[in-house]
Design a protein around this ligand. Structure first.
Ligand code: ZN
Length: 321
């Protein structure tokens, strides 16, 4: 960590920034999802431009800085629109390459039948050159993170793609955000990713608070992995009796640097302006104040709500172009 590094930058859709420019950051969210012909009928769609713009402006006004968009290419991502939304709102946006669960694609999507090598080249080109949908557009937009998805078990997951993504992350210095099915099988997922040569500090395990087992979280944190928590607005997961006590326990154990908070609002009913609640700004206007009420020190809050994810997203600038 303390070796002499070239300048480290976070690649956003509008260009690279220094990690300390990211500010309050939602570590896992979804800003735009175009409808995907052939995907599962209940696959989420987020394509109301006005509502999304208003939500982003509100996020900025509340004090938010950056949002990591976790929709990879082929399942609804549109880098051109992410770029416009970021420009219009002033919110910095990090786009993802990678792959999601199979159900979010049409069955003939090329990546699902690609070789490990072809997938690797695709991920690296989106990180270092441009997103595929911005090939013919000005400006070019690059991915700032790799987002991948595991099913409930390793056996049910496309490991040839996991290998491609992990080796692309290792080659470029990019971080790997990993969708888990409520934290299922993460002990083996971690070993698998490590086996592909990926350092633990490049790994972000998502939705971990859906498996609020302190021993597990503490072991994973001590390995150097970043754990992403996002059930603050999901009554189904009983945040008062799960994520909040877990967060307190982790902070008290000195492991706050291994957690990033997020809102993961792929479902439109969580967007205030779509008649749900609490909207994009909730992370800033509700979760952060509640962390204060819990007595977390200001620096801890800054890290949980931005600093930790920013340090993981940062990669050597030489790898960015
Ligand atoms: Zn998500």
């Amino acid at each position: 960590m303390s070796e002499i590094n070239p300048v480290e930058q976070i690649v956003t859709v509008t260009g690279p920034i220094a990690p300390d420019e990211a500010g309050i950051t939602d570590a896992h969210n979804h800003l735009w999802i175009s409808p995907v012909p052939g995907a599962a009928p209940d696959a989420p769609v987020l394509n109301d431009r006005k509502v999304i713009e208003a939500g982003l402006k509100e996020y900025l006004r509340a004090g938010g800085g950056t949002i990591v968009d976790c929709q990879p290419g082929g399942c609804g991502r549109d880098g051109r629109i992410l770029h416009e939304l970021s420009k219009i709102s002033g919110v910095k946006v990090v786009a993802s390459t990678g792959y999601h669960r199979r159900r979010y694609y049409s069955t003939d999507y090329w990546l699902l039948n690609a070789s490990t090598n072809a997938a690797y080249r695709y991920f690296v080109s989106e990180l270092t050159d441009r997103l595929e949908e911005t090939h013919d557009s000005v400006p070019e937009v690059r991915a700032g993170v790799i987002k991948i998805a595991f099913e409930e078990t390793l056996e049910k997951s496309p490991l040839y793609l996991a290998e491609a993504a992990a080796t692309a992350a290792a080659a470029t210095g990019a971080a790997l955000e990993v969708h888990t099915e409520r934290g299922a099988d993460v002990e083996r997922i971690f070993r698998e990713l490590q086996g592909y040569g990926l350092q633990p500090d490049r790994i972000i395990l998502c939705h971990m608070d859906k498996r609020p087992d302190f021993e597990l979280h503490s072991t994973m944190a001590q390995e150097g992995i970043l754990l992403e928590y996002d059930t603050f607005y999901r009554p189904k997961y009983q945040p008062e009796s799960n994520v909040w006590p877990l967060l307190e326990h982790m902070v008290a154990a000195g492991l706050a640097d291994c957690i990033a908070i997020a809102t993961d609002m792929a479902e439109s009913n969580l967007w205030a302006k779509m008649d749900g609640s609490p909207g994009l700004a909730g992370l800033v206007s509700q979760v952060v104040p509640k962390m204060k009420q819990h007595g977390f020190p200001p620096e801890t809050i800054r890290n949980l709500a931005g600093g930790n994810i920013a340090r993981r997203l940062a990669r050597p600038s030489g790898q960015n172009s």
